[in-house]
Ligand binder design. Structure first.
Ligand SMILES: *Cc1c(COP(=O)(O)O)cnc(C)c1O
Length: 724
């Protein structure tokens, strides 16, 4: 194997005393360490905001006098030294949780594959929840010291930028990412050429190069086909996420699954554990079988038997139609030269993933993954139940409860989503070691110790920050001269900091029902415009560019937002991304989620909100079905299923406004003590933090993956090695 060069680009000229700001930019560790971000923002706050919190662009653009100024600032230099010490200790330090707990496990390696990774807004190669979950998973693996590597794509057009017309129609604008301006590192051969891998697609060989994102201690390798060796069309293969063209899709999934295994080999990895986050990467099981068959001359069956014990498959899709599948003719076209290498006939190959649908047969990626993985899981308790029903046909000899799909409920990476000021409160009242005990319920029980006044002051501060953010965005739109005045109002200029504020932000997929709260619009208007107890609602979210019904819901919401009768109390923030998400989950009072049950596999944004002291108000679907305890937020509707969508929507919409009007609004405004603190509200906030923060964090989640899946595989592999 050729040695690989991974050199952190050093194109900044920085004063020597703060020279490591360049190195720091290329380890996303900064993205979950508020003090590390302050090293940039304190140099030039305005520029830090203007460059979208991208430290690489920041260092390219920052003016020398600003840099010189901080080299004379003792407070800045103290901060700098502290952050760099923390970074060194984190990266190079010998101590970490995994080594402490499992000193005997030495050579294990976990490969984690995902179609998208949402790590930070400066790396916009994610579409939504699946990507953010993958990003949070890697960050937590890094914090715990798990030997993990990630594999995914870097899309040079990212996900699209959302622009809303005056009439509420979502326009999509492409962005073209310049990798030299992103915190990613090119991988080169010893002669300085890009490190390449290839896959064979019909009639041609497609090449791809590799980039590395350093996520704390965990490397993430990203595949990119935009290289000279490829035809113009193939160069575009990794340009965008979630193409609707099945040929692009199958090519991408071949690149991820088959190319991803080759990427790891080119880099010298021999993973012991293979984790497929959703079915997009399931072709990796075939490539691994091919490797074994080629070297050991065994049958596919024998190879599959051996490797399936090392595979983990996490499903995220509770509806059959939402699953990734290909027409059989496409599989013929793309795999006819591959199945002989597996010593399989066409029939046998198709059988591996055959899914008989009402409209015909397909080659289903989740079926392939389920068949060839020993460990399969759904992402919440309710989703586990739905998944066992949905895939029961693959295990017809078993009763449905014994279908081997368990659940590990999703979590969120606490430090990524927690407001800095909330962190300060936790450090003061939960204990200095709080970061080591994020999944410990006894730690969070101490939330009772936080004085109401201090908690309320932070909550108010975060809401003001959100409103200032919306105002500033609206100002920039107004200055651009391209917006109608009503769009400026829709952007949030009439928001005010003392009103109960509700957030609704997520992808505008139809099942998420972004318009549910608008069903009885007159009643909603009466509630929000009550002069004694006003309510504001902030919407944000993108519809997939090919999802016309989703775009119609965006439009319906936007038209309601623009309606003068709302008094500017309904707001739509354009271009939802991780940055907008942070402001919202930290700044609102109530987090609303209205999926059509049981379509929400888990949902994670409500978890981000909860740890920040925001109360959840949601349908009992996904994570909320197991999280809601009657006093840590509110439920919409009840714990039941409907056979008819119309009845379900009607019942949920009524329940939503009933609870909002009769419980949430009065609790927020009434019963305030003489000091004007909403004590009952804050009691509920504390109950929410106490019960949800330890349970719905990635600390708990990744430890569950470790205990239930990673460790059994690692231990089995170690014993096998001892035997040889
Ligand atoms: C957390 C997050 C999501 C996922 O939110 P859900 O509640 O699962 O819909 C989507 N997009 C962004 C930008 C996020 O930060």
């Amino acid at each position: 194997m050729e040695p690989v060069r991974r050199e952190i680009p050093n194109h900044f000229s920085l004063p020597r005393r703060i020279g490591r700001l360049g190195e720091l930019a290329y380890n996303l560790w900064w993205s979950w360490n508020p003090e590390a971000q302050m090293l940039y923002s304190q140099v030039d706050k305005a520029l830090w905001e203007n460059v979208g919190h991208n430290p690489v662009v920041f260092l390219q653009k920052v003016e020398r006098p600003f840099l010189n100024a901080v080299t004379n600032d003792r407070y800045y230099l103290d901060l700098y030294d502290r952050v760099m010490n923390n970074l060194d200790e984190y990266i190079k330090g010998e101590k970490n949780w995994f080594k402490d707990q499992y000193p005997d496990i030495r050579d294990a390696q976990i490969a984690y594959f995902s179609f998208e990774f949402g790590l930070h807004e400066s790396l916009p190669v994610y579409a939504g929840g699946l990507g953010v979950l993958s990003g949070d998973h890697l960050k937590e693996a890094s914090d715990l010291g798990l030997p993990m590597v990630g594999v995914g794509f870097v899309y040079n057009q990212g996900y699209f930028v959302q622009h809303i017309t005056e009439d509420g129609w979502q326009e999509t604008r492409s962005q073209f990412l310049d990798f030299s301006q992103m915190p990613i590192i090119p991988l080169l051969t010893s002669s300085g050429k890009p490190l390449m891998l290839y896959v064979d697609l019909p009639g041609r060989r497609v090449w791809a190069r590799l980039w590395q994102v350093q996520v704390g201690r965990v490397p993430l390798y990203l595949i990119d086909t935009n290289v000279d060796e490829n035809s113009p069309t193939d160069r575009q293969l990794t340009a965008r996420l979630y193409s609707n063209d099945p040929e692009v899709r199958i090519s991408q999934e071949i690149l991820l699954g088959i190319g991803g295994v080759r990427a790891l080999r080119a880099l010298g990895y021999q993973p012991t554990v293979w984790h497929m986050n959703e079915g997009h990467s399931a072709f990796l099981v075939l490539e691994r079988a091919r490797e074994i068959i080629a070297t050991q001359g065994i049958t596919f069956e024998q190879a599959a038997e051996r490797l399936r014990r090392e595979n983990i498959f996490t499903t995220h899709t509770p509806v059959p139609a939402g699953n990734d599948q290909f027409p059989i003719w496409l599989v013929d076209k793309y795999f006819a030269s591959y199945w002989p290498e597996l010593k399989l006939t066409r029939e046998q190959f198709v059988e591996l993933a055959r899914h008989v649908q009402t409209w015909g047969e397909t080659f289903s990626m989740p079926v392939l993954a389920l068949r060839l993985s020993e460990y399969c899981n759904a992402v919440s308790e309710l989703h586990g139940k739905i998944s066992r029903q949905m895939w029961h046909f693959l295990w017809q000899d078993k009763p449905v409860e014994e279908v081997p799909i368990t659940h590990i409920t999703n979590g969120v990476h606490t430090r990524t989503w927690l407001a800095r000021r909330m962190g300060v409160l936790y450090e003061r009242y939960l204990g200095r070691d709080w970061l080591q005990r994020l999944d410990d319920p006894t730690l969070w029980a101490q939330v009772e110790n936080i004085p109401d006044g201090e908690l309320w002051a932070v909550r108010q501060h975060l809401k003001r920050k959100l409103i200032m953010f919306a105002n500033e965005r609206a100002r920039q739109q107004w200055l651009s001269g391209t917006r109608h005045p009503v769009q400026i109002i829709a952007g949030g200029v009439l928001l005010e900091p003392y009103s109960l504020t509700i957030g609704f932000a997520r992808r505008f997929a139809t099942y998420k029902r972004g318009n549910l709260i608008l069903r009885d619009f007159e009643r909603l208007l009466r509630i929000i415009n009550n002069p004694e107890m006003p309510v504001q609602i902030i919407f944000a979210g993108k519809a997939h560019p090919a999802d016309e019904p989703g775009k119609l819901i965006v439009q319906e919401v936007y038209r309601a937002v623009k309606d003068a009768k709302t008094g500017g109390r309904l707001v739509f923030l354009e271009d939802y991304d991780m940055n907008v998400a942070r402001y919202l989950v930290q700044g609102v009072d109530v987090w609303l989620n209205t999926p059509r049950r049981p379509n929400e596999a888990s949902g994670t944004s409500g978890m981000k909100a909860a740890m920040n002291g925001v109360l959840n108000f949601s349908v009992l679907d996904g994570w909320w079905h197991e999280a809601y305890n009657g006093s840590n937020g509110w439920a919409i509707g009840s714990d039941r299923d409907y056979s008819d969508i119309e009845t379900q929507d009607e019942a949920d919409a009524r329940s939503l406004l009933d609870v909002l009007e009769n419980e949430i609004v009065p609790l927020y405004y009434k019963g305030r003590s003489a000091a004007k603190l909403p004590t009952e509200w804050l009691a509920r906030v504390k109950e929410s933090i106490r019960t949800l923060a330890p349970q719905f964090c990635t600390r708990r989640m990744v430890k569950e993956y470790l205990q239930q899946f990673y460790l059994p595989i690692m231990q089995e592999v170690e014993t096998q090695e001892e035997r040889v």
